[in-house]
Design a protein around this ligand. Structure first.
Ligand SMILES: Nc1ncnc2c1ncn2[C@@H]1O[C@H](COP(=O)(O)OP(=O)(O)OP(=O)(O)O)[C@@H](O)[C@H]1O
Ligand SMILES: [Mg+2]
Length: 282
C-alpha cells in the first residue's frame, strides 16, 4: 500500500523505507572507503574481503550496491543472503546454483570437483571474475566457514579463482578468532567496518534520501528536528530512517508541512512506549 503522506509531501516514493535499496544508500566517507576497498579486492582477484558493522549500518544496502555494480561491469556475481545452511553440502550446492554451475553432484567431494572445474572454465578459460557475496555472514557456522576456505583455495599462481565478500555483524569476528576459523580469517585481505553516522553525515543522509524520493526537492525537517533524529537514533541509519518515517506520518496526520523537533520527539516516544511497554518508557 502506498504511504498516505506521499502526495501530501509531493513525494514519488517513500524516502525512509527500511528496504536495503542501493539507490537510497548515502555514501559517507566510511561507506565509500568500504566500497572501494572491496571493489579493489575483487577486481584484483585477491580472494576475500569482509565488511563488518552493527545492525542497521548499511551492510545489506552496500552488498546490493556492489552486486549491481559487479553485474553492470560484466562480472559473474551472486548474492547469497541467508547462509545459515544445515551443512557444507547444502551451502555448496546453493552457491553453485546461484553462480549458475551447470551440474550438481550427489556428494560433497564430487560437488567440490564440479565447482572447481566450473571455476577453471569460467575464471581461467573465459577470463571472468567470479564473485560470491554473502550477507548475514555472522550466521555461518564453523563447518561452513571451512567450506568457504576450501573454495578460496582454488587458485592459479597469480590469482584466486573465486572472490568472496562477506557482510557481517560483529559475531563473525569471534567465530573467525576460533581455532577452526583462523585459517579462513588469514585469507581475508581487506576488512572494513561500517559505523554509526555522525550528526553531519546523518543530516546529509536525510537530505540525500529526500532528494531521491522527491526528485530533487528540499526536505521539510527543521535543523532541530534533524538534531533530535540524531539524538534518538544514536546515529544508526536504520533507527534514524524509522523515526524520520514515523515523524512524517505524524506531521501528515496533524496537517503540518514542517517537521519540528517536537514531532520527532513524539515519534520517538511512541516508538519507545510501543516497543518497551508503558511502564519502562515512563
Ligand atoms: N549510509 C546510509 N545511507 C542511507 N541509508 C542507510 C545507510 N546505511 C543504512 N541505511 C538505511 O538503514 C536501513 C538498514 O540498512 P541495511 O539493511 O543495509 O543495514 P544492515 O547493516 O544490513 O543491517 P542488519 O545487520 O540488521 O542486516 C535501510 O533503510 C538503509 O537504507
Ligand atoms: Mg542486513
Amino acid at each position: 500500500m502506498e504511504s498516505p503522506y506521499l502526495s501530501y509531501f509531493s513525494l514519488k516514493e517513500e524516502p525512509f523505507s527500511t528496504v536495503p535499496s542501493p539507490r537510497y544508500l548515502f555514501l559517507t566517507p566510511v561507506h565509500a572507503t568500504a566500497l572501494s576497498k572491496t571493489e579493489f579486492v575483487v577486481q584484483t582477484k585477491k580472494g576475500v574481503a569482509a565488511v563488518f558493522g552493527d545492525t542497521g549500518t548499511g551492510k545489506s544496502s552496500l552488498a546490493r550496491l556492489l552486486h549491481q555494480k559487479f553485474l553492470d561491469h560484466g562480472l559473474h556475481s551472486a548474492l547469497v543472503t541467508n547462509p545459515n545452511y544445515p551443512g557444507p553440502y547444502s551451502l555448496l550446492r546453493t552457491i553453485a546454483l546461484e553462480l549458475g554451475v551447470p551440474r550438481v553432484a550427489r556428494s560433497y567431494a564430487d560437488m567440490l570437483l564440479v565447482f572447481k572445474s566450473f571455476l577453471l572454465t569460467e575464471a581461467v578459460k573465459n577470463k571472468k571474475t567470479i564473485v560470491l557475496m554473502i550477507d548475514e555472514a555472522q550466521t555461518l557456522r564453523l563447518p561452513l566457514i571451512e567450506t568457504l576456505r576450501q573454495l578460496v583455495n582454488f587458485e592459479t599462481n597469480d590469482e584466486k579463482l573465486l572472490q568472496i565478500v562477506l557482510f557481517a555483524q560483529e559475531d563473525l569476528r569471534s567465530k573467525l578468532a576460533h581455532p577452526r576459523g583462523r585459517n579462513f580469517r588469514s585469507r581475508i585481505v581487506m576488512a572494513s567496518t561500517l559505523d554509526r553516522l555522525g550528526p553531519g553525515d546523518l543530516a546529509q543522509m536525510v537530505d540525500f534520501r529526500w532528494r531521491v524520493a522527491s526528485g530533487g526537492q528540499e526536505h521539510p525537517f527543521d535543523t532541530e528536528a534533524i538534531e533530535a533524529l540524531y539524538d534518538y537514533s544514536g546515529g544508526t541509519p536504520r533507527e534514524a530512517a524509522i523515526l524520520a518515517d514515523a515523524s512524517l506520518l505524524l506531521a501528515f496526520l496533524e496537517k503540518e508541512k514542517r517537521i519540528t523537533a517536537a514531532t520527532v520527539k513524539r515519534a520517538a516516544h511512541e516508538r519507545e512506549v510501543n516497543l518497551e511497554g508503558q511502564k519502562e518508557a515512563a
